[in-house]
Every structure is written in C-alpha cells, then in structure tokens.
Design a protein around this ligand. Structure first.
Ligand code: ADP
Ligand code: GLC
Length: 474
C-alpha cells in the first residue's frame, strides 16, 4: 500500500542531535521508504541549519507565526528529505535546540507550538505537490500538532504521537491557552488540562489517532505510576490505541565491518587490536573485561550507581572508560573514579561520536544501568560489536538483551547481562557475572556470537510502523 508521512520533531541526525530521538527521526525515512512510505521530516531551522538551507526553495509561507514570518524550505541532507521551518525570531539563536548558553529559552512553548502549528497546516492543506496521509509527531516538542489537527480541522489526515521519553512533558501555565491557539472548551482533565496548566505531550496523547512508544516494555510501563510520571492514567485510558515499536539502529554506520581494523563474527582478531589501541590511548591495562559507558550523565541513566560498583569490579580485574557529559555532580564523580583507579578507569567528559565508535569496537562490555529507558540505543550498538551489554531490566533494555541465567545459558541464548532492581547491589552482581563469564573463553565466545547475531536493524520496526499507518489510512 504505502503513502506519505509528515514526521515532526526537534532533532534529526545528521543535522542536530542531543540524544537518541535524533537518531530515530533521521533513520525512519530510509527505513520506511523500503516498505513503501514516503516520509519527510519537518524541523526548526536552527541557526546552523538556516545557513545550510538558505538557497532551498520556499514551499510554505506563513505571515504571522507568533510575532514574525515563517517560511518552510524543502531540501535534502544525508538522504533525509527535509522541510525546515525558517522563522528567525524563534530559531536563529546561539546554543542548542532548547537552550542558549545562559539557560533554557523562556519561549520554548511558543517555539515548538509554532513548529506544530505549521506541521498541522501542511498536513491539513498539503504542499503544492505533496500532501501527507499521516502526521507523525515525536515527543513534547511536536505534541500540539495532533491537537491542532483535532481542534482546527484535520483535512482527512490521521495522526500518530510517539513518546521517546515521558520525562519531558512541555508544561505551560493555563493563561497560555489562548496564546497557544488552543480552545477553552478543551481545558478540562479529559482533554488539555494538566496539573492546572497545559502539557503539549498530554495534548498529543489525548488527540492523536494512535500513540506509540519506542519499545513494548516501555508501553506497558507507561501505564504504571512508577514510570508514567503523571501521565499513566491518560495513557492507560487510551490503552487500546497504544503500542510499543522497538527502535532499530543504523547497521551500516554501526558495523564492525566498518571498524578500524574491521572484524566480524567469524574473525574477531580486529576487535583485539581495537581493544589494545583504546587501552593505549587511555593509558589502561585491564586483565579482565574492559567496560564502557557512552551516555548522557543524568539520573535517568543510573550513572550515580557507578561509584558504588566500580571498586569491586576493578578488584575483579575489570576496567572502565566513561564517555559522556551532563550533570556537573556526576561528571565530577566520574573524574574522581578515574583519579582513584589510574590505569583501570578513564573518563572523557564531552560528546564524541568517532570516539564512541572506537570504544564500541574495542570494549568487552557496555554498561547501561538506567532507572528507566524508553528504548536505548547503546545496548544495541554493543550487541552489534560483540560488546556485551550489562543492562537494568527496564523498557527497551529488557526487550533487547537476553541476560545470562541458568535457563538462557542452557538454551545457548544469552546475549548479555541484566539486573533488577535498579540498585548498586543488583548491578554489582551483574558485573560479577560479567567478570566470571569473561574468564571462560568458550562461553565468552558463545555470548559474543549470540550478541552479534541478534537483529538490531530497522526491518521489523519499519514494517510495524507501516502496518500502523496502513491501519489508519485503509
Ligand atoms: P538518550 O536518547 O536517552 O540519551 P539513547 O541510547 O537512545 O539515549 O541515545 C543516545 C545516543 O547518543 C546514542 O546514539 C549514543 O551513542 C549517543 N551519545 C550519548 N552520549 C554520547 C557521547 N558523550 N559521545 C558520543 N555519543 C553519545
Ligand atoms: C529517548 C530515550 C531513549 C530512546 C530515544 C530514541 O531519548 O531516552 O531510550 O532510545 O529516545 O527513541
């Protein structure tokens, strides 16, 4: 069947990224093209993008977009068909997508309402040569787009709202209702009202035709108070329309065949070389498993558990390289660990994609002790490179890693290590298993082979999105 989808988001690889949302928004168009769906992504033309798109044709011209004009320019970057919303008064600023060097932009609600408004208008009315069948909104930044379709007319277009992370909800005070072009009659708890104000994510959840999240386990978790972060009731009430579709990863980009030196399931020598090189680069000498963390350093990611578990892990022969940035307290704690265990623990504060690829190629294990994890991508990179994931059993981590236990060992199915609950004791036990398995070369080789054989591409998920769209347009 197939059709057209307008994807609306605040981030997209290779243009702008703060987390996995960007990877997914950037990967979906190519993955969906293979199953007959033509997807274009609408994003704000942040300062750097504006420069890249300055000569692209204008395909939409909005005279009044909250205090200034907005032009949509169409073009293509890195194989992604893009619509960039050029509204300098909202997006041509210093800093990242959400904040200036001095802190978060105070008008973020309006900046992303504007993106959503244009998305809804393009969906409803169509461009001259392209009218979508589906509007697909990602996270709170695009949450008002389904709402604008619902309250201002949908032109026959269906909408899908995907939750990548429920921790960010886009809350505004009630007096913003009119400013945000939302109707007063919908300001009640069953519709827009949320803790006395308005949440753009909730708006999307209550108005979209379908709701998805990025793993089946997270879909189930979101209906429980421990994970729903206040929106559990809203999601549970729409349970019949909610589904979890696991993310994939770009298996061309994240491939041991493209590592330096290349390796693969049948020839792992290159991995040993890559390991030796990163150990030399970081001044490490690690007799046991060399683990890595590549992550935002935040509470979500369970990074604060590391200081409690690393000493025993090091005693057991392990080593650790942390690549990440975020919470200043956690950055400091990571630096302290490195200072305490020279030769065994190293830390690089910052964001470095090339280094992260070298780490995945060379390391023995990747640690992902998240408190909640809608999907998670790094455990899947780990599987791909035979870098065994050590994960907490939450969300997408539970859906992608088969932890070592007597049953999975007997069945020869294990691909990594998993623990529950998310605390230092359970995490430490899993690291103990890692050390133990690493000492047994035959078992270690088997676990690696299992991990590398585990499918992590987009094929299955692209078909799942296609079925969802087809169900809506049939
Ligand atoms: P989240 O989106 O919650 O941060 P994901 O696992 O979905 O978590 O995606 C994180 C993405 O960001 C991955 O592609 C990961 O490799 C990348 N990443 C995170 N921190 C760094 C870093 N310091 N350097 C390089 N890449 C990073
Ligand atoms: C969010 C989640 C992460 C997920 C990513 C892409 O950032 O925290 O788990 O992988 O979105 O969907």
């Amino acid at each position: 069947m197939g059709g057209r989808v307008l994807s609306v988001a605040s981030e997209c690889v290779p243009l702008v990224k703060t987390g996995g949302l960007a990877d997914v928004v950037g990967a979906l168009p190519a993955a969906l093209a293979k199953v007959g769906w033509d997807m274009r992504a609408l994003l704000p033309a942040y300062r750097a993008l504006r420069v890249q798109a300055k000569d692209w044709p204008v395909v939409w011209d909005e005279a009044d977009l909250w205090g200034g004009p907005g032009k949509v320019r169409a073009g293509e970057i890195g194989g992604v068909s893009l619509l960039l919303l050029d509204a300098p008064h909202l997006y041509d600023r210093d800093g990242g997508p959400y904040s200036a060097p001095t802190g978060e932009h105070p008008d973020n609600a309006i900046r992303f309402a504007a993106l959503s408004w244009i998305a809804a208008r393009i969906a409803r009315e169509g461009l001259t040569d392209w009218k979508p069948d589906i509007l697909h909104a990602h996270d709170w930044q695009a949450g008002f787009a389904p709402a604008y379709l619902a309250y201002h007319g949908n032109g026959g277009v269906k909408s899908v709202m995907t939750i990548h992370n429920i921790a960010f909800q886009g809350w505004s005070p009630a007096h913003m209702l009119g400013v945000l072009r939302l109707p007063g009659h919908a300001f009640h708890p069953e519709a827009l009202e949320y803790y006395g104000g308005i949440s753009s994510l909730k708006a999307g959840l209550v108005t979209a035709d379908r709701v998805t999240t990025v793993s089946p386990s997270y879909a189930a978790e979101l209906m429980r108070p421990e994970f729903g972060m206040g929106l559990q009731g809203v999601i549970a009430a729409r349970a019949a329309l909610v589904s979890g579709i696991l993310n994939g990863v770009d298996t061309e980009l994240w491939s041991p065949a493209n590592a330096d030196p290349p390796f693969g399931p049948k020839s792992m020598a290159g991995k040993a070389t890559a390991r030796a090189r990163i150990c030399a680069e970081f001044g490490l000498d690690v007799p046991g498993p060399l683990a890595i963390v590549v992550s935002r350093l935040t509470d979500q990611k369970g990074i604060d558990l590391l200081p409690a578990v690393v000493p025993d892990f090091v005693l057991g022969g392990g080593g650790l390289i942390v690549l990440g940035s975020g919470d200043p307290g956690m950055e400091g704690a990571m630096r302290n660990l490195a200072a305490r265990f020279p030769g065994r623990v190293a830390v690089r504060i910052g964001y470095d994609e090339a280094l992260s690829q070298r780490l995945f190629a060379g390391a023995d294990a990747v640690l992902v002790p998240s408190r909640f994890e809608p999907c998670g991508l790094t455990q899947m990179y780990g599987l791909r490179y035979g870098t065994l994931p050590v994960v907490s059993m939450v969300g997408g981590l539970a859906d992608t890693v088969i932890g070592v236990n007597p049953a999975t060992l007997a069945a020869g199915a294990a691909t990594g290590f998993s623990f529950h609950p998310v605390d230092a004791l359970a995490f430490s036990r899993a690291l103990g298993q890692l050390v133990e398995c690493h000492r047994q070369p035959k078992l270690w080789a088997k676990l690696r082979a299992n991990a590398m054989a585990h499918p992590v591409g987009w094929e299955t998920s692209a078909s799942a999105y296609a079925s969802l769209y087809e169900g809506l347009t049939a």
